[in-house]
Design a protein around this ligand. Structure first.
Ligand SMILES: *Cc1c(COP(=O)(O)O)cnc(C)c1O
Length: 345
């Protein structure tokens, strides 16, 4: 890819800054498989404290973090309730069936949000011929819906319902940072609304690698063993943990710029006749451009944008998805708007 291209594909494309690289080089290190990397330990302790959880486990990816949660909460033959458009159901290559030998039970949410009614209908009665419902998973912000928010009150009421049924609730919080910045809801309140959370440092926060599973100590102890089994035991991982610490400390407040740029982009292009933007759904750093009522297809638009200097990914169906991130500034935003308005008046 040409370096001057404007890359709207994902907030994962950011490169570590010079200051982040320095923090990585200067980090005190040890062997994390022996539990001796001070920087990994510091990150795990600080994140557990931030989210009000007993313990944290640093892992290479968000997929591993979600899959460790599923592995540690379930037994083979169990069932896990997930939202139909969730990352776990769509983008984790059927890992729960391979790694945990569990079945996913997808339930359609409202704008990606599972509610008690939908979950209630999916919980299996206690009979020998049914699987056991072992876990419910939600996602905030919701990737496929375009970075939409799951309001904390709705999370609390779903949590209360899951508790009544003695089913743990897991949050895929790859972009919980964006949810916090958009709503002001404290991280500890998100933590209190679920039993376990997966967080990513390599999305909007801009670290090169790293995610974390947070939850009760006994869950994390089990997940620690499975992390080793999955090949995720890393040695001087403090270099990566240092990038994550730097990202939380310095990049978290900057997410507000990504959200503002997404809104400005959506507003500037809302009059286009080539696609539609549902501005209600522009809640964080993503904008979905719907071509389904247009005379050109999203894939065609994607190719034209590429020629004009913009990389952009597909959304669900006939949509393009623009994602704003740390490596895009206001100049890139202006250029992107100009290119879009020139191509699709
Ligand atoms: C990116 C993402 C993940 C997985 O992250 P990887 O680090 O790419 O494995 C999980 N859930 C959601 C919602 C994501 O956006």
């Amino acid at each position: 890819m040409k370096y001057h291209m404007i890359d709207l594909r994902s907030d994962t494309v950011t490169l570590p800054s010079a200051a982040m690289k320095r923090a990585m080089c200067d980090a005190p290190l040890g062997d994390d498989v022996y539990g001796e990397d001070p920087t990994v330990n510091r990150l795990q302790n600080e994140m557990a404290e931030l989210f009000g959880k007993e313990a944290g486990l640093f892992v290479p990816t968000g997929v591993m973090s979600n899959q460790l949660a599923i592995k540690a909460w379930t037994s083979p033959g169990d069932e896990v309730i997930v939202e139909k458009e969730s990352h776990i159901f769509n983008y984790e290559t059927a890992a729960p069936s391979m790694m945990s030998a569990v079945q996913l039970h997808p339930v359609a949410g409202e704008q990606g949000m599972l509610a008690s009614e939908g979950v209630a209908a999916a919980i299996r009665p206690d009979a020998y011929y049914y699987p056991r419902t072992a876990l419910v998973c939600i996602e905030n912000t919701h990737n496929r819906m375009g970075g939409t928010l799951h309001p904390i009150d709705a999370m609390h009421s779903l949590h209360a319902f899951c508790r009544e049924n003695a089913i743990p609730l897991h949050l895929d919080g790859a972009r919980i940072w964006n949810a916090h910045i958009a709503t002001g809801t404290p991280f500890s309140e998100y933590g209190a609304a679920v039993e376990s959370i997966s967080i990513c440092f390599s999305k909007g926060l801009g670290a090169p690698v790293g995610s974390m599973l947070l939850g009760p100590q006994d869950l994390i102890t089990r997940a620690h063993k499975y992390r080793k089994i999955y090949g995720g035991g890393m040695r001087q991982a403090g270099m990566l943990a240092a990038a994550a610490l730097h990202a939380v400390e310095h990049h978290l407040p900057l997410l507000t710029n990504d959200h503002r740029r997404a809104r400005q982009f959506a507003e500037a292009l809302s009059a286009s006749s080539a696609f539609r933007i549902d501005r209600e759904r522009v809640q964080t750093n993503m904008v979905l451009l719907d071509f389904s009522t247009s005379d050109i297809r999203a894939t065609e638009a994607q190719a034209r944008l590429h020629e004009a200097g913009i990389e952009i990914g597909m959304g669900m169906g006939d949509m393009l998805r623009a994602v704003f991130h740390l490596d895009l500034d206001d100049h890139a935003l202006d250029r992107a708007i100009t290119i879009f308005t020139t191509l699709f008046a």
